[in-house]
Design a protein around this ligand. Structure first.
Ligand SMILES: O=P(O)(O)OC[C@H]1O[C@H](OP(=O)(O)O)[C@H](O)[C@@H]1O
Ligand SMILES: Nc1ccnc(=O)[nH]1
Length: 514
């Protein structure tokens, strides 16, 4: 059917058809049509929305990504017909039924993902199929290579190129903000790409965005790394392993991270930036992605094997994940804490120790420190202020304000202090519940939202002492977070449930808006 274009400024790969035209070519809303540019002869497939009133019969509304892809102008003539169903849906179905994907099938799926051929529900089906029927090592390797080959890669003139990645799952894990400047200050190159939050309330990309822009092209990442030795950017903006961010968008609301997807997500980013020396942080703990040491070891072996298959030297660190890292969760609170350590603060211990351990592994692997000396060398670089100076350069090269101080970075203006209901020890501090509360407070989108934990697991508290403070940028978000807190009860003080979070009237022991 011939239709006349009307350009519509909507960011979705689709077209809008009058219901009568849709009936005529036998498609319904959500189906695909093939749209052919009659001038260039090029055709693409697009998703259909229908309307009985917004456009007239004979007209096709063309949304912006579709306009760009097919290169049409206003009032042009296009040929439209019902499109064939993508064959990759059969491969996804195969995985849903417990089958094993071949290399070609995997590449076909990832190409369709990157070309936006699959709808969000089809993409969700793919992710969930791999969540329920885990990928084996060959499938993970195909996936990793396909994710790399469908995007851009960096090529540095000299080695080593080092990198680190955390599989996430432990709240407050702001260590990248310390590790990257430490290893770069030692003279190493580290083009660090991070994702936004996946299962947490602030991914490293969300954190770094508090200090500087994080959206750059692959070429800019390379140039900036060559200038100052390091960057901390959002992988989703770079076209480096571009399928990754599409998957994370699907995983985020479910707070899941399918094992095979996680291996590929992490290692594709390392491989694509050309890293040959890689340290992986695997937090282990009851409420993390890896509940036991045995599972942590198994995952570590898989990372190492995948690294070998791709030609990268990988070392994994199993780290303590029972409790959050440092005292803070949520972008601004976390950045303030990390920056204060770079400025010279000598706590929090958990944050400093973890960062120095992993920076030390990288320094040893790349020959910048003798075996067993990495932690000490990393500590010297931090204490000397060289890591802070390097972080200022990284912030500046990315277009942020290098003079920003930890004290300038303020959390949300609405807050509530949750106090101990009785004397005793904090015997439980549930990571997952804390993440849910921080997300309910608005993190990571609202950068000031989050939680400051005053009394971590094992701390002795007296009745009325603060246990944690919830921060939010908006009052209604604070209320939501407190409702979530009341539902989840994230902290237990010596067998006594903390059951007196405030209702709508903010009664009880808290303080509001401090
Ligand atoms: O939201 P969850 O699943 O906890 O973790 C995701 C975070 O873990 C990794 O951190 P990094 O880039 O190594 O610092 C990712 O890039 C992301 O920032
Ligand atoms: N699945 C992932 C876990 C952690 N970081 C990532 O980038 N991806």
């Amino acid at each position: 059917m011939k239709l006349t274009t009307r350009l519509i400024d909507i960011e979705h790969r689709g077209v809008l058809l009058h219901s009568a035209d849709a009936r005529e070519i036998s498609v319904r809303g959500g189906d695909r049509v093939e749209v052919k540019n009659r001038v260039t002869g090029e055709s693409i497939s697009a998703f259909v929305d229908t309307t009985a009133s917004l456009i007239d019969p004979g007209v096709i509304g063309v949304y912006r990504p579709t306009q760009v892809q097919i290169d049409v102008l206003e009032a042009a003539e296009v040929e439209v017909r019902a499109a064939d169903r993508p064959t990759t849906l059969d491969y996804i179905k195969k995985k849903m039924d417990g089958g094993r994907l071949t290399k070609d099938e995997t590449y076909a799926i990832i190409k369709d993902v990157v070309a936006d051929v699959l709808s969000p529900s089809e993409l969700t089906a793919y992710i969930i199929s791999t969540y329920i029927n885990p990928l084996d090592m060959d499938e993970v390797e195909y996936l990793t290579r396909a994710m790399v080959d469908t995007g851009e890669r960096l090529h540095f003139p000299s080695y080593p190129i080092v990198d680190k990645h955390s599989i996430g799952g432990v709240p407050g894990n702001k260590i990248t903000l310390l590790i990257v400047p430490i290893v770069a200050a030692a003279g190493l190159k580290i083009p660090k790409t991070s994702s936004r939050a996946i299962t947490g309330a602030g991914g490293t990309a969300d954190l770094m965005e508090v200090l500087a822009p994080v959206e750059f092209s692959a070429a800019e990442v390379q140039q900036m790394t060559e200038r100052v030795g390091a960057v901390i950017v959002w992988g989703g903006a770079t076209n480096i392993a571009p399928a990754d961010d599409r998957f994370i968008t699907i995983e985020y609301p479910f707070k899941i991270d399918a094992r095979g997807q996680m291996l590929a997500s992490v290692m594709a980013k390392k491989f694509a930036v050309g890293a040959n020396v890689v340290a992986i942080d695997i937090p282990v703990g009851e409420h993390t992605k890896v509940p036991t040491i045995e599972e942590g070891r198994k995952l570590a072996r898989e990372f190492i094997e995948l690294g070998e298959r791709l030609g990268m030297r990988v070392e994994c660190a199993l780290t303590y994940g029972e409790s959050l890292v440092g005292h803070t969760i949520g972008p601004r609170l976390e950045v303030r804490e990390a920056l204060s350590v770079l400025e010279g603060a000598n706590e929090p211990n958990s944050l400093i120790q973890k960062s120095l351990s992993i920076a030390g592994i990288i320094l040893e692997m790349s020959g910048k420190a003798a075996p067993g000396e990495g932690y000490r060398v990393a500590g010297e670089i931090l204490e000397s202020g060289r890591a802070y100076e390097k972080m200022r350069q990284i912030i500046e090269v990315q277009g942020g304000d290098p003079d920003v101080k930890a004290a300038d970075i303020l959390p949300g203006q609405f807050s509530y202090v949750v106090k101990a209901p009785g004397n005793g020890y904090v015997i439980e501090l549930n990571n997952r519940a804390l993440i849910s509360i921080a997300r309910a407070a608005g993190a990571p989108q609202d950068a000031g939202a989050g939680i400051f934990i005053h009394a971590k697991k094992g701390t002795q508290v007296e009745a009325g002492e603060p246990i944690f403070t919830v921060y939010a940028d908006r009052q209604w978000r604070l209320q939501k977070a407190l409702e979530e807190g009341r539902r989840l009860m994230p902290i237990v003080v010596e067998g006594m449930l903390l059951d007196r979070l405030p209702g709508r009237h903010w009664g009880g022991g808290g303080s509001y808006g401090e």
